[in-house]
Write a protein that binds this ligand. Structure first.
Ligand code: G3P
Length: 218
């Protein structure tokens, strides 16, 4: 299972990368705005800065919602760095854009997936990744994990190469459930990734080992 971090914060990306378990990065316009990155040039430079930290796929989202605009923006993004994956929203114009990029060998991440039908269409169009938003489904009393399970079955039935990138992951149990049902990738905050390491019995056990060592080695 691949681990992506879902942020545009360079310090967090670096910290996750230094752990040695980071496979890639996802961003979106809200995450860029959260870091105060505005203006076309600053945004493009920020993507390059992220690519220079992590040696893996970095999703950069288009703002256009028409086919021509998505193609124009996507090509500009893809030309920035070999790690860039063009992130395209799941709308009908987006499906056409995914098909276009797939025919050009440019990787895509189809975002804002909330149903199995959307996931099927994106895979048919040749998306490299699809991003079902797990946490946002849970937010509206709908089982996000169940959707990912359903997509897993559909993709396996037809051996689609599209990777399921579980997004809107909020906490460590989301990551564990995604791993159990075979999501190819998860993207979440640094806090959820670091929380996987925590267990009170580990802390207590270590405290005891160090105390016992100290007693015998005064
Ligand atoms: O990768 C999608 C993600 O950024 C959405 O997460 O927590 O805003 O629902 P969230």
């Amino acid at each position: 299972m691949k681990f992506f971090i879902d942020t545009a914060n360079l310090a967090e990306i670096k910290e996750a990368n230094d752990l040695g378990i980071l496979d890639g990065v996802t961003t979106n316009p809200s995450l860029m705005a959260k870091e105060g990155i505005t203006g076309a040039e600053n945004i493009l430079n920020h993507y390059v800065a992220i690519c220079n930290i992590v040696d893996g796929p970095v999703s950069a989202e288009v703002i256009a919602t028409d086919f021509e605009g998505m193609v124009r923006e996507g090509e500009q993004l893809a030309a920035l760095h070999k790690n860039i994956v063009v992130k395209i929203p799941m709308i009908t114009e987006g499906i056409k854009a995914i098909k276009y990029f797939s025919s050009k060998g440019i990787r895509t991440n189809c975002t804002l997936i909330f149903s199995a039908g959307q996931a099927l269409l994106a895979a048919k169009a040749g998306a490299t990744y699809i991003s079902p938003f797990l946490g946002r489904l849970d937010d509206v009393s709908t089982d996000g994990i169940q959707l990912i399970q359903q997509i897993r079955v559909i993709y396996d039935n037809y051996a689609f190469n599209t990777e399921i990138l579980a997004a809107s992951v909020r906490h460590p149990m989301h990551i564990i459930h995604c791993a159990e049902i075979g999501a190819d990738v998860m993207t979440g905050p640094l806090s959820a990734i670091k929380a996987l390491a925590k267990h009170p019995l580990t802390d207590l056990g270590l405290q005891q080992f160090l105390a016992d060592y100290a007693k015998g080695n005064k």
